[in-house]
Design a binder for this molecule. Structure first.
Ligand code: PLP
Length: 357
């Protein structure tokens, strides 16, 4: 197979061991003689995988007894609606830090009263708004901890006087999180913990049941907590691969260990962006994401953009083209991306500088 370095924003790179075990399970799930694609989700063997996956989530993120984790389909985008359905009674506030945050807000507006408490739209979402006052009469504050498109991140769990809800699609399991500070944490698995097709939601159990509306059965988190994510057919294969990915995280020392590696990967890449005369970072330094590193050609060097993309591609770099709303480049350096992958990109940037500076 061609040797490449994958920096895709999502679906993300997954650890090789998860892929190898998935290949095995596609042929024969746990010695049953049945492919994981055909295994009934009402078997003991599947129950074990489901239980293991739930237990790993709890162990790796130190999820307290007050919270439960569920796995569902529909993508993080459907969670935008779940949030409003399950939590919005009178009024909700959203921190507008990008397109995803904006889409979450839009869904809430369709259900009730919701507004942007602060926004970084004025500078194309290149920073995290700070110093805003959180009113105490709102049902919840919704934040997006990592802004995948713009490369900004809220790296600390904030103290919030009202229930805090977070979309952690693209930084879940990348750093330790104090789950007790959140009523709900959700996201799509495909940015850091698995393939597309499954979402996770970590829910404070006693935060539910406070809205007066009728919640359709499938959109009610209580349904899925009660039925242990098996109210209907779960996304079996996606959960299988997510479980293998979590086993890998555990095997290398858990979230605390992987966080150290993530910080180091981001540090060396930003250091190169700041040093290299051909490139500049797009996010404000203090808000730079550890997961999505966004940069563009330095002023006056813009005409080299396509040439760098071709140069990098030639050297095996995959997925470094920036999102169309930011332009330039984006290297997504999720958990499974290694220090060696990042070093290869850095070497490529240095080499390009030697040719063009
Ligand atoms: C990708 C992404 C989403 C949307 O995820 P889907 O599963 O494709 O709906 C939502 N929020 C964030 C922060 C994302 O990065």
């Amino acid at each position: 197979m061609k040797k490449v370095h994958v920096f895709n924003a999502g679906p993300c790179l997954l650890p090789q061991v998860a892929i190898d075990n998935a290949i095995e399970a596609l042929k024969d799930f746990k010695g049953t003689g049945v492919s994981v694609l055909s295994i009934s989700h009402r078997t003991k063997e599947w129950d074990e995988t489901m239980d293991e996956c739930r237990a790993l989530w709890k162990e790796l993120l130190h999820i307290p007894e007050t919270h439960e984790v569920v796995f569902l389909g529909g993508g993080a985008s459907l969670q935008f609606l779940y949030v409003a359905m399950n939590y919005l009674e009178k009024k909700a506030a959203y921190l507008e830090t990008g397109v995803w945050a904006g889409k979450a807000l839009k869904e809430a507006k369709g259900i009730g009263e919701a507004y942007a408490i602060a926004s970084s739209k004025d500078r194309n979402f290149c920073y995290i708004p700070k110093g805003f006052e959180i009113p105490t009469d709102i049902d919840y504050l919704h934040i997006t901890t990592n802004n995948t498109i713009y490369g900004t991140e809220i790296k600390e769990d904030m103290d919030c006087p009202v229930p805090l809800i977070a979309d952690m699609s693209s930084d879940i399991m990348s750093r330790p999180v104090d789950v007790s500070k959140y009523d709900l944490i959700y996201g799509g698995a495909q940015k850091n913990v698995g393939p597309a097709g499954v979402i996770f939601a970590i829910i404070r159990k006693d935060s539910l049941g406070r809205v007066s509306r009728y919640i359709p059965t499938m959109l009610d988190y209580r349904t899925h907590i009660d039925k242990l994510s098996m109210f209907n057919t779960p996304p079996v294969f996606s959960i299988f691969v997510m479980n293998e990915t979590l086993k890998w995280i555990k095997s290398i020392g858990g979230v605390e260990a992987i966080h150290k590696i993530n910080v180091e990967k981001a540090r060396i890449l930003y250091e190169e962006i700041d040093r290299n005369s051909l490139f500049v970072g797009t996010a404000d330094v203090e808000d730079r994401s550890c997961m999505n590193v966004c940069f563009v050609m330095a002023p006056g060097k813009e005409e080299l953009q396509d040439s760098f993309l071709a140069f990098a591609k030639e050297r095996g770099m995959v997925g470094i083209k920036g999102h169309r709303s930011v332009g330039g480049f984006r290297a997504s350096i999720y958990n499974a991306c290694t220090v060696e992958d990042v070093e290869a990109l850095i070497a490529c940037m240095k080499e390009f500088e030697n040719l063009h500076a």
